[in-house]
Design a protein around this ligand. Structure first.
Ligand SMILES: C[S@@+](CC[C@H](N)C(=O)[O-])C[C@H]1O[C@@H](n2cnc3c(N)ncnc32)[C@H](O)[C@@H]1O
Length: 285
């Protein structure tokens, strides 16, 4: 079934066609690819010819990888027409002929034949998939991979662990709003639980687990990435405000104050914080 247009409402925290969110994602992707690497260094890409990037956003990962792996053909899919148009324009500006981008909703059947890809990559689907939609999504990935194909999934538990009060409240609100939309596997607390359950979900979909890779990013005051994280979370607290208001019943004024407090704390030399990321590699067959 063709899925060029999303029919059911997404519970992603920001509406699909939001330019501020796109700019946030461009910068976030650059930092993440730089700090985490595009894929684990142990992954052998020499035989890879076809690659799918799921919820590709503005296309940073595809563009980065398509430059490195000129023998491979890359497809990026995302629900947002804005992101897909940007990704297409970006790839064109880099004179890349091995990329393609399509609007598609990852919560339904994906419009590709069986065994179309050697590698499927997805980073940060916490806001995209729910407890109910993870299993069918992974089943679709299994169908789309060739025997021996690899799935590479990267997620975080939350926005980070910090020593400061307002930042910790921001993290709690984000996780709780995700939980109310059924995106979390934890029943309470400040973690989504995604990094805990994905190994089992992959195995239940038929994959064998190859490896788990843990990375941390220290975004304490004074660290090289601190300005990027400050900007990222400041923007997130603006673009996701309607989501927080709707899911948690918070008032706009309250969230404005929280955003000011988070920015203030992050700019204090005492601010210390770390994020942790898990990448899982699974194999079909
Ligand atoms: C947190 S961003 C991750 C972007 C990219 N994977 C990266 O790491 O830079 C999540 C992306 O999922 C997209 N998205 C949200 N709901 C979606 C859906 N149902 N199907 C496809 N994409 C979706 C958003 O438009 C956004 O680009």
């Amino acid at each position: 079934m063709q899925q060029e247009h999303a029919e059911n409402a997404s519970s992603y925290p920001v509406e699909a066609e939001n330019a501020a969110e796109m700019n946030r994602l461009i910068k976030q992707a650059e930092v993440m690819t730089h700090c985490l690497g595009p894929v684990p260094a142990s992954l052998d890409l020499r035989q890879v010819q076809t690659v799918l990037d799921v919820a590709c956003g503005p296309g940073e990962w595809v563009v980065t990888m398509a430059k490195q792996l000129s023998q491979a053909h890359f497809v990026g899919i995302d629900i947002s027409r804005l992101m897909i148009d940007h990704a297409q324009a970006w790839a064109k500006s880099q004179v890349l002929f091995n990329t393609q981008f399509r609007v598609m909703d990852v919560r339904g059947p994906l419009a590709f034949p069986d065994a179309s890809f050697d590698l499927i990559h997805a980073r940060f689907l916490v806001g995209v998939l729910t407890r109910m939609t993870w299993p069918p999504f992974l089943a679709e990935c299994f169908r789309l991979l060739r025997p021996g194909g690899i799935i590479c999934l990267t997620e975080a538990e939350n926005v980070g662990i910090a020593t400061s009060l307002a930042f910790t409240r921001f993290n709690s609100l984000l996780v709780e709003s995700f939980r109310r939309q059924d995106h979390c596997f934890t029943k309470t607390g400040d973690n989504s639980g995604l990094t805990v359950v994905r190994g089992r979900l992959l195995q239940e979909a038929g994959f064998s687990l190859l490896s788990q890779h843990i990375n941390t990013i220290d975004f304490s005051y004074g660290m090289p990435v601190h300005p990027d994280f400050l900007e990222n979370y400041s923007t997130m607290l603006v673009v996701a405000r309607p989501f927080f208001m709707q899911t948690l019943g918070l008032k706009e004024e309250e969230l404005k104050i929280l955003a000011e407090e988070v920015a203030g704390e992050m700019q204090d030399p005492s601010f210390q914080a770390i994020s942790y990321f898990q990448t899982l590699l699974g194999k079909k067959g």
